[in-house]
Structures are given as structure tokens and as C-alpha cells.
Design a protein around this ligand. Structure first.
Ligand code: SAH
Length: 217
């Protein structure tokens, strides 16, 4: 990724006050959050709010997640650097960029083509070479490149889709918010020796995952 110096002071402060202060410990995640220029993933009118402690609108009733949420979900994936990761809900592409700095290849899906188009422009301009974006129903995963070491869903699901568990590699980790359309609990699903383990983390609020294995609209 090319280095972006603009808003660097705000970015460092965001990491110190929102990410480290709240207990994120994975140094690789912390460094990635310091590097990726979050302001470039929102419209110019939001640049001055881009490093604040909340989600922001990205159009089409969707949002770029709160910085802390991005860091926390990424930390739970425990990426070491050589993984293949699937993200469902590209949105702005910000989380995609964070993942791309931490693993070898990211596949990311969104159902809204306009968001995918904009996200592609952004990650291309930043020089990313390990990001693959498509438009489609991510609640069904992306079977073509399965299995994945990590799967991250950035929209709220009514339940954990079996299709996603199937696309998880041995020792793979799936992170997904599960609940109703207004609030969810962040879940981790692990696959180990063919067995499935589930752990619940904290409460969160995501826009709904809309699709065959999500909410029907
Ligand atoms: N990680 C993104 C979050 C965007 S909000 C960011 O921080 O910018 C969630 C996104 O999930 C939206 O862009 C929405 O269009 C997308 N989404 C919802 N249901 C989906 C589905 N079934 N498949 C793919 N994307 C979906």
C-alpha cells in the first residue's frame, strides 16, 4: 500500500484513544489501523469526521463501521500473514484494506455494485494487489476460492449460514454478528479437526445481511 501522510495525526490519535485504550493488543492490527487512510474511504464532506469514534454513512443506507469495531473483528481472526480471507460486505472497502495488510489474499463481496465500484477505485489507487472484489450475495459465501482461513461478515445475520461454515478451512475462523435487525452479538466459529466451536463476544449493531442465507427483502 502506498503511504498517505494526510490526517496522520488524527489517525495516530484514533489508534491511541479508541483502539489501544480499549484493549486491542495485536500489534499487526494496531499498525494496520495506523497506516490505512480511513478518510479516503468516505466522501470528502466527512473527511474531518473520518477518525472519530463512530460509523459514517457511505450511501445506499450503508455505513463504514466504527474504527474500534474494525480492529476488534480483525483481531479475533488472529491473522498471521499467509491466510486467504473472505469478507462479506465490502461497503467502503476500509475493512478490506485493513485485512489486505494482514493476510496474503482478500476476497470481498458486496450486493451493491455502486459500492463495489467505488471500493475498487480506492484500493486500486492505494496500490493494493491482493484484493479481489465482486458483486453478489455474500450470504452464500464465494465457493470458487473456498476454503478460507478466515471469513469476516460485516453485516448482521439472523443465524450463522451453513454455507459459510462449509467454506471454512480446517483451523479456520469465521467472525459474524448474529441477532435481529437492530442488534447482534459478535460470534466466532472455529473449525478444528472437523468439529465446530462457537464463542460469543460483545454486542454490536450492523446493517442487515440481506440475501438467501440472511434477511429476505
Ligand atoms: N466493512 C464495511 C461495512 C459496510 S456495511 C465498511 O466498513 O465499510 C455492510 C455491507 O454489507 C453493505 O455495504 C451491504 O451492501 C453489504 N451486504 C449486506 N448484505 C449482503 C450480502 N448478502 N452480500 C454481500 N454484501 C452484503
Amino acid at each position: 500500500m502506498i503511504e498517505v501522510k494526510e490526517w496522520i495525526f488524527e489517525r495516530e490519535r484514533m489508534v491511541k484513544e479508541q483502539i489501544i485504550a480499549r484493549g486491542i493488543k495485536d500489534n499487526r492490527v494496531i499498525e494496520a489501523m495506523k497506516k490505512v487512510p480511513r478518510h479516503l474511504f468516505v466522501d470528502k464532506t466527512y473527511y474531518h469526521q473520518a477518525y472519530n469514534d463512530y460509523p459514517l454513512p457511505i450511501g445506499h443506507d450503508q455505513t463504514i463501521s466504527q474504527p474500534y469495531m474494525v480492529a476488534a473483528m480483525t483481531e479475533i481472526l488472529e491473522l498471521k500473514g499467509n491466510e486467504k480471507v473472505l469478507e462479506i460486505g465490502t461497503g467502503s472497502g476500509y475493512q478490506t484494506a485493513i485485512l489486505a495488510l494482514l493476510c496474503s489474499k482478500v476476497y470481498s463481496i458486496d450486493r451493491i455494485s455502486e459500492l463495489t465500484r467505488k471500493a475498487r477505485l480506492k484500493v486500486d489507487n492505494l496500490g493494493f494487489k491482493n484484493i479481489n472484489l465482486i458483486v453478489g450475495d455474500g450470504s452464500l459465501g464465494w465457493p470458487d476460492y473456498a476454503p478460507y482461513t478466515g471469513i469476516l461478515v460485516t453485516a448482521g445475520a439472523p443465524e450463522i449460514p451453513n454455507t459459510l461454515i462449509e467454506q471454512l478451512d480446517e483451523n479456520g475462523r469465521l467472525v459474524i454478528p448474529v441477532g435481529n435487525e437492530f442488534s447482534q452479538i459478535l460470534n466466532l466459529v472455529k473449525k478444528h479437526k472437523g468439529r465446530i466451536y462457537r464463542k460469543e463476544f460483545f454486542g454490536c449493531t450492523f446493517v442487515p445481511l440481506i440475501g438467501k442465507s440472511g434477511w429476505h427483502k
